[in-house]
Design a binder for this molecule. Structure first.
Ligand code: URA
Length: 234
């Protein structure tokens, strides 16, 4: 992405464009200066009885999955991309049309903003592991059905076990509610450090939402900084 476009995305997030983006020490200073919300920890149930398996096994299982009807309409599954031993695991909702076509998560407009959000805290996409609650696209960009999320949950659990991230970033309401097993609104879930099977979890607004909502952009930036601080403190 060229620099002017990147700056537009950063401005859309409410990030001052003169902030150097790739420097961790600067990020640390920003965290100290930012108004970060009080943290609460919500304890979550232990992993269900999933026997650990290797990456190739999970990838093959996902590629051939027919557990729900989404397999009938997908172009391909979207397993996840990035660093398989990353400190950061980014979990979105479900593939959209572009992701379904390319087999990669977050490659549309929202994906570009997510990439810039990560860059803003000094992370490239290859530094993190990015995946979704669902590995197949629900047609018409509808919300995932609970039974679809349930069918896919073992794959995500296996990915979490294999990556062993220091932080999980739950991107958007569906991801946050599914991972934390709650129907609390996103506004209540953001701004805190939750815990999922011993891994800190921070909730951020979905970039697709941020592209439409000018009001929430500053909060998204604060949530990212909370995630950085959590990793730095771990
Ligand atoms: N939105 C998501 O939640 N995930 C994607 O992969 C793309 C868009």
């Amino acid at each position: 992405m060229d620099n002017p476009t990147r700056l537009q995305y950063l401005e859309a997030m409410g990030i001052d464009v003169w902030i150097p983006r790739s420097s961790a020490p600067i990020v640390s200073k920003l965290i100290a200066a930012s108004e970060l919300a009080t943290e609460h920890v919500i304890r979550e149930p232990e992993l269900h009885n999933i026997s650990p398996t290797g990456w190739a096994d999970v990838e093959n299982e996902v590629a051939g999955c027919t557990k729900c009807d989404l397999c009938k309409t997908r172009t391909q599954t979207v397993f996840g991309t990035g660093n398989k031993t990353a400190d950061w695991m980014i979990i979105g909702e479900a593939p959209g049309q572009h992701e379904d076509e390319q087999g990669k998560p977050f490659v549309g407009k929202a994906g570009l903003l997510l990439t810039e959000m990560l860059r803003a805290v000094g992370l490239e996409r290859d530094d993190v592991f990015i995946t979704n609650i669902l590995k197949c696209r629900p047609l018409g960009n509808r919300d995932p059905k609970p039974e679809e999320a349930e069918s896919c949950s073992a794959y995500l659990q296996q990915q979490r076990i294999l990556v062993k991230p220091k932080i999980i970033l739950a991107v958007g309401r569906i991801s946050a509610q599914t991972l934390l097993n709650t129907d609390a609104p996103l506004a209540k879930l953001r701004g805190k450090v939750h815990e999922l099977d011993g891994t800190p979890l921070v909730v951020v607004y979905h970039p697709a939402y941020l592209l439409r909502s000018l009001l929430e952009k500053r909060k998204a930036w604060q949530d990212l900084l909370l995630a950085v601080r959590t990793v730095n403190d771990s």
